[in-house]
Ligand binder design. Sequence first.
Ligand code: UGA
Length: 435
Amino acid sequence: MKKITIVGTGHVGLVTGVTLAEIGNQVVCYDINEKYIAQMKQGISPFYEPDLNDLLQKNLTKGQLFFTNDPKLALEAAEIIYIAVGTPTAENGSVDLNYIEAAAKTIAENITKQEIIVVTKSTVPIGTNNLIKQLIETNLTYEVNVNIVSNPEFLREGSAIYDTFSADRIVIGSDCKKAASIIEEIHRPFGRTIYLTDLLSAEMIKYSSNAFLATKISFINEIANLCEKVGANIEEVAQGMGLDVRIGTQFLNAGIGFGGSCFPKDTRGLIQKATEVGQSLEVLEAVIKVNKQQKYLLMNKAKQRLGNFKNKKIALLGLAFKPNTNDVRESIAIEIASELTMQGAMVIAYDPLALEEAKQTLGKKIHYASSLEEAITDTDMVFIATDWDEFKDFPLEKYEMLMNQPIIFDGRNCYSLDRISEYNIEYYSVGRPFK
Ligand code: UGA
């Protein structure tokens, strides 16, 4: 059992804190956001993540987990500190390190132990861990030996708890063997493969993994577009390709592209780093370009079908960037909603979890429905932007019954062509023959 302090309790920080407590550590989670800290002290996560509230409450009750916004309380006795603050995109497109720098300074000003290990969980540009070490060392009030470890996270929103306990690998990067082996020890109870490496390589592994997964998506989306032209079915193609273990079936779901707070930011971030050191990343440039184009293809098809969007009543199903989350950051659904309204459509959107979050971005530009039935009633077209199970399980006859004319543009291939062919629905999807 180790005493661990987590700085930053967003998605990554809170999941890290709760899961480290669950495997037996004593964890203090620190954040500057008083409202969130108060909420978490009551056992309520400020964001939705399956199973998180249960584990949070369990470990609070067991006394394994504490929350505070007092930096002294969180850090003065700390020997192992995880940094998990946000690294958003700055206005100029680079990665904004303000929160990282603030965290490093807070750590430096409050630690009192002679030797500490700082573990970076946040996704930071290659080389940032050395900067964190420097920043802490230059702001110290006592003499402290600071060791840095990079322990990037590979969890997906919507399945973060599951991903933590069934991780394919845990990457631990450090130039200090002793620090690496202490962090390895902490992670051993997860029972997953641990991969030890140096600091810079760990940072590269994180970015390259996200870039590779994004590449798979843009690749399959281009192949989907070709399938449409030649009459093949992308689902059959992706399955047939993926059975080759060298390729694998995951992340080959064609659709309207990737969004969220990670792939768009991290692909741009890696290109920015490459540019800084005089290297071009042409494959990744193409991945981003394909992703930008992909979100408009299905919408353009819909426009062709309806003539134009002016005064058309369109139901938009899904606002979150993916299912099982209420996160709308860089969500393609949000961009589609804006574009449709700009072109004169009246958009009625429904999402099982992300309505409130979407309202903060889209405001009164669109209408919000409190159920799928309400959203599609008397509409001229349905556009599916997120593959929620609720949409997949929806009885298809209701589209026939409730819409003005049952036309569906499905950006996430939610329905099988066999199933849809039993209904009188005009159905367009991505990379599959028109039904
Ligand atoms: C991603 C990675 O999958 C995680 O391993 C990583 O830890 C995380 O970023 C991060 O860096 O923090 P996340 O962004 O939560 O996780 O979600 P994903 O499940 O990867 O989905 C990203 C986007 O790709 C979504 O918009 C999703 O709809 C899209 N996607 C995903 C596809 O279009 N097709 C696919 O086959 C898979």
